[in-house]
Design a protein around this ligand. Structure first.
Ligand SMILES: [Ca+2]
Ligand SMILES: [Ca+2]
Ligand SMILES: [Ca+2]
Ligand SMILES: [Ca+2]
Length: 459
């Protein structure tokens, strides 16, 4: 049995700290007609700070241009734009594009980052994804050489946006590439993607997975992107899909997360991230129509909650610019601390936020205790605010055991197989810090988990 507890009825004063915040920057003057855009954040320059690359497809010449922004500060502001204008990927990528995506990886074995840029080309050959690798980016973002153009058909006939994400999904350490198109084939737009598994040194996969379809219910999206990151307590990568929805009225980024992709790129659990409204400067319906959009997931600051960059290429006047909207500390976090114990015995049960969920205000937070099958009863200890000092329980004969959370306690349900307790986190608790420790006892003796530190987000 699982019972919900309302955190507001248990809380004694809300101790919100850093609120998730939005910050918007514009990077402009790169031309005036584009067919797709994306954002990549990674470590290119080799310093301790992340770097950001903004990529767009120039319509007249069909070449990709990118802006390199070095050493992002905690607020997402770069230390330098190198060079002051843009880099150009000199090889034309096709004749007519419906979107562009980009991702960073390392393909050719020299530990210098390689930038993959893909478009959906509706020209020649028809409706093919075409991608190229700009190898070995230097500290100013410039590349050293280019791969041949690769192409692949079979994802759809039209696209209102394209994304690329690269990570590792299977047991082969070579990188796996997700190619995504936001397709308008039916009454509603849908994300479609396939995985090119195990890229070789030139950026060509060894084989492709089946198409995955993610419905949106949207009809007016312009521009889309995707990113791989880990958003939950299961270490397998999660896929974030986003698009810029511009119906009449306010425009917003609409985003979806598919948790814990398997080796074929499939997720059995999809849900939406919080939408947020970002007005652009173009003319459609007074709130802007982008020529491309993208997303990047990173962590800029000492707050462990992930920071997301939502980017659109805005057809401003007279020249296009990138609108970069950082949602800092958007995704609630959970971090284990210390270690648990069993008495008698060795090892310890684990504690985690339920996989495929995020600690989020206005939502249920489920804390699970794992590996506690020897016990018949238990409690979940919890505290709010700064973590207290640990207390060593050896003085009571529990050698190797530590009491981390001397706050309140609620029952732990579902022992011995599926121990968990759920709390409802009301709205207005973005930034709330919580600490948990599991306690289980019975015929097997007594066991304590380590501490789990949770920070609530609003994403
Ligand atoms: Ca390289
Ligand atoms: Ca792989
Ligand atoms: Ca995951
Ligand atoms: Ca953060």
């Amino acid at each position: 049995m699982k019972q919900n507890w309302t955190m507001s009825s248990l809380a004694f004063g809300v101790l919100s700290t850093a609120l998730a915040t939005g910050q918007n920057y514009a990077y402009g003057n790169i031309g005036n007609d584009f067919d797709g855009a994306d954002v990549v954040i990674g470590n290119v320059a080799g310093t301790s700070r992340p770097d950001m690359i903004l990529v767009a497809m120039e319509d007249a010449t069909n070449v990709a241009r990118y802006i390199f922004l070095r050493d992002l500060a905690d607020d997402g502001r770069p230390a330098a734009r190198l060079p002051s204008q843009w880099h150009t990927i000199a090889t034309p990528l096709g004749g007519e594009q419906d979107g562009l995506g980009a991702a960073l990886t390392e393909l050719n074995g020299n530990s210098r980052p390689d930038l993959v840029v893909a478009v959906l080309d509706v020209g020649n050959p028809a409706n093919a994804f075409r991608w190229i690798v700009a190898f070995d980016l230097g500290p100013d973002g410039s590349y050293t050489s280019l791969s041949p153009i690769h192409s692949f058909s079979g994802l759809g006939d039209t696209a209102d946006g394209v994304g690329v994400a690269i990570g590792n999904l299977d047991n082969d350490p070579r990188p796996d590439m997700i190619l995504m198109g936001l397709d308008v084939g039916g009454p509603y737009e849908e994300f479609r993607y396939r995985v090119g598994l195990n890229l070789n040194a030139a950026g060509q996969p060894s084989n492709w997975t089946d198409i995955q379809f993610i419905a949106t219910g949207l009809t007016e999206a312009d521009g889309a992107g995707c990113a791989l990151a880990n958003l939950d307590s299961d270490p397998r990568p999660d896929l974030v899909l986003t698009c810029y929805d511009d119906p009449s009225g306010p425009n917003r980024f609409v985003s979806y997360v598919g948790y814990n992709l398997d080796a074929r790129g499939r997720s059995i659990q999809w849900e939406t991230l919080s939408s947020h409204f970002v007005g652009l400067h173009g003319s459609e319906n007074g709130d802007g129509q982008p020529e491309g959009a993208g997303i990047a997931v990173t962590n800029l600051d000492s707050d462990p909650r992930l920071d997301l960059a939502f980017v659109a290429n805005d057809p401003g006047n007279p020249a296009n610019f990138f609108s970069v909207d950082f949602r800092r500390n958007f995704i609630g976090s959970s971090s284990p601390f210390g270690s648990g114990c069993r008495s008698p015995g060795t090892g310890a049960p684990g504690i985690r936020v339920a996989p495929a969920t995020r600690p989020r205000e206005g939502d249920a937070l489920t804390i699970q205790v794992t590996d506690a099958t020897a016990y018949q009863a238990g409690a979940l200890l919890f505290g709010i605010g700064a973590a207290p000092a640990p207390f060593d329980l050896s003085v009571f004969g529990l050698v190797g055991c530590t009491h981390y959370v001397p706050g309140a306690q609620v029952p732990l349900f579902g022992l011995p197989i599926a121990a968990s307790t759920s709390f409802y986190i009301p709205g207005g608790n973005d930034g709330l810090r919580l600490h948990f420790q599991g306690l289980a006892f019975g015929a097997g003796g007594i066991a304590l988990t380590g501490r789990l530190d949770v920070i609530i987000g609003n994403g």
